[in-house]
Design a protein. Sequence first.
Length: 187
Amino acid sequence: MAGIALHFGRSPLSLESEEVLDYLYSLQQRSPTASQTSFKHTVFGLRFLLKSEGLPYNHLQLPSIQKDSKLPVVLSKEEVWRLLRSPHLLKHKLLLGVLNGCGLRCFEVCNVRLRDLDFDRKRLHVVQGKGKKDRYLPLSEHLIRGLQSYIASEKPQDWLFNGQPDVDGSDSRYSHRGVQWAVKQAE
């Protein structure tokens, strides 16, 4: 949003709606991908400015932002099995198994502690997941057997998946990059 203020040399609130639309159009003409991101950020920034000033959105006649209607990529059963079999380390196999079997996000799998596993009830407690919400997810018998084998062999202390400790040695959970690397290697 600073770009529009610098472009015109004054506050966006003092602009006419035609000036704003011309500026947004020029953003879209620069390059297809980068300009779409700049366009969206500028519109969202202007909306925030209007809201914080108590002005209605139609004050600058901002265009609506269309959401992409992409369907998610769903792997076949064979593709999932191939993905789960490809890692050499048991840790990475189970990491992929928990991600896929429980539908966890990257940051959620990094935050799984041993105490979050309930093998008797066949469930995993996700603490402060997306939207800072807790939830329980079912664990399959196959995943439970794998997790028990992994825990017996690797002996993690607190976090289910350990990584390299921080510089100060306080946090040794697996990093987001580590999860992304393991997934990328399995592809």
